[in-house]
Design a protein around this ligand. Sequence first.
Ligand code: F6R
Length: 358
Amino acid sequence: MLKEIYEQPSAILDTFRGRLLSKEAIIKMSGVEDNMKKFLAADRIIIVACGTSWHAGLVAEYIFEDLARIPVEVEYASEFRYRNPVITEKDIVIAISQSGETADTLAAIKLAKSKGAFVFGVCNVVGSTIARETDAGAYTHAGPEIGVASTKAFTTQITVLTLMALRLARAKGTMSSSEFRHHLIELETIPSKVEEALKSDAYVKTVAEIYKNSTNFLYLGRGFNFPVALEGALKLKEISYIHAEGYPAAEMKHGPIALIDEQMPVVVIATKKGHYEKVVSNIQEIKSRKGKIIGIVTKGDTSVKELADHVIEVPETLECLTPLLTTIPLQLLSYHIAVMLERNVDQPRNLAKSVTVE
Ligand code: F6R
């Protein structure tokens, strides 16, 4: 798992290599280009996936809606397949799957196709069943992911989906050419920024040491980083067996705040931009209830530093690209806690790498 966490700078680079041409200010993705008419005519995009891939879908919802102004719904494939969903020929279904073999995602694809929707796959495993069953697609180029807990598959899925959203934004004219170029240039810097985020490893390990015996964790984020909070909690649960929940930060006051006391570590993603002030006020609420705050902040942050027990810095980037960076310390935190608890991080109990049964 650690090897795969550290492979993310090159995996992300491999995923946009040959697709993102910043000098020419173009994005080349044949699966999108060949079906551009369908994408432009689509009433909405429905994303189907499971687990971590579903979290990547949630990040994509924010990105597609914000940049390309296309309505997006994100569905658990297991629910979608059984609830008689309304699907029309004007829907585009994007199925996200690292393995390309997940039974529920495959069933959701078959259902969508039977209703006439165009289905686009985002898979990592070349030639996998989902890659073959979909009408078109784009591969992530993460390389083989062996660890059961998905890490580089997640960040490369977000990379592919961001490229798609940018390409569609340009085609739809929802983004100016200068904004588009700016996003491409910034996306190109992400591998080196992930590299920088990985430098927090030693500090994250000291934080892990302090909280490794906690029995519960709360993860909070807003906007683009709300799905990252869900993913951080999932990573901790699956490899350390510590109970963790992810929430949109503002939902805290609708229930989870009752859990907060001096025993409760709360990981808060509080990067600059993205409702920063509102997240800071959420942090104040946690502090006044004596919760322990681990803030994931933008480099150079001062406000959260004053309130939080620990801050882990990530480099600054465009708001829509922050999930690619904020995810890194959360992966490291769960990894270190699990190792300290002597868990098998690569093969956690009860889990399989690809879930080919429902
Ligand atoms: C979590 C994890 C799982 C998978 C899920 C979907 O770390 O790996 O939640 O994300 O089983 O798998 P794929 O993406 O192969 O369809």
